[in-house]
Design a protein around this ligand. Structure first.
Ligand code: NDP
Length: 258
């Protein structure tokens, strides 16, 4: 394989898309049978664990460092469209990998190594694919930043990111230092749904897919839905089962709908 040959890169990109499709299908099949064993759904039988903070930093690292390295290796990285798309991606992932884990309370449940390893492998494919497209394969028109797809997508991304960060902030402030239990989150979108952090994530990556107008972005948005819709339903069931006074009108993910 010659990394300077566009045909080889395109072949690699298509292979990555196939891997994403298979991974997403496998995720749907697995999550129809079980809830991913981390956070409140952690249970015995999933092998050794690491502190959740370490787990998140490790498995999200490719989204910052691999993605960043592939962009830096590109001749087009300084062009407006790749730069703007990379900025959206990196705002989210620098926060997720290098800020968010340090806001997490020490009471967070330990994470099985198998989850860390699986998510790390996924993030290599996902970040590699999106960086390959944005930095090396896509040819965006000079006025792409004024294109309605970019404008609407970037706006959705910003809204989703804000919703996600606010919702996670509410969760982090529920535990006093040293506390380990769970409480009912309130305020903001929690008035209507149990998992506004997941809703924000879904809006952000749908927006990114639109702004990048790429199969790589679309594949990640679909994977995010395959992962987070079942988890939101599991969280919602868990809240209702755990708290007798859980707000009865609250839904899992979409106000009034789901
Ligand atoms: P959760 O909402 O399950 O937990 C987030 C943090 O808040 C954890 O530290 C958790 O502690 C704590 N927490 C959650 N609920 C409560 C509560 N009721 N009381 C006290 N503390 C609480 O989110 P995830 O860990 O699943 O996801 C974290 C972030 O990563 C989210 O922003 C999510 O959108 C994103 N994500 C994105 C994915 C994608 O495919 N793009 C996939 C998975 C997550 P504890 O760990 O002890 O439960």
């Amino acid at each position: 394989m010659d990394v300077h040959d566009p045909h080889d890169l395109l072949w690699l990109y298509h292979l990555g898309l196939v891997v994403m499709a298979v991974w997403t299908a496998a995720t749907v099949v697995v999550l129809l049978r079980l809830v991913a064993p981390y956070g409140r759904h952690t249970r015995a039988g999933w092998g050794p664990t690491v502190p959740a903070r370490i787990g998140w930093i490790v498995f999200e690292a490719p989204a910052v460092f691999l993605f960043g390295a592939l962009l830096l290796a590109s001749d087009r990285a300084a062009e407006a469209a790749p730069l703007a798309l990379a900025a959206l991606w990196l705002v989210h992932y620098v926060h997720r990998d290098l800020v968010w884990p340090f806001r997490m309370r020490s009471g967070s449940r330990p994470m099985p190594v198998v989850i860390v390893a699986t998510a790390f492998a996924f993030q290599i494919v996902n970040s590699g694919l999106n960086a390959l497209w944005i930095g090396h394969l896509a040819v965006y028109p000079a006025d792409w930043l004024a294109d309605p797809r970019f404008v609407l997508g970037a706006a959705l991304f910003a809204i989703g990111f804000a919703v996600n960060v606010h919702a996670d902030h509410v969760l982090f402030t529920l535990r006093a230092p040293g506390e380990t239990g769970y409480k009912i989150p309130r305020g903001g979108l929690y008035r209507w749904i149990s998992c506004p952090n997941y809703l924000g994530e879904l809006i952000a990556w749908s927006g990114f897919a639109l702004a990048a107008w790429s199969l790589a972005g679309l594949a990640f948005a679909i994977y995010t839905a395959a992962n987070l819709v079942p988890r939101a339903i599991a969280h919602h069931r868990w809240y209702r089962h755990t708290f007798a006074d859980y707000p009865p009108g609250r839904r899992a993910l979409l106000p009034g709908l789901l």
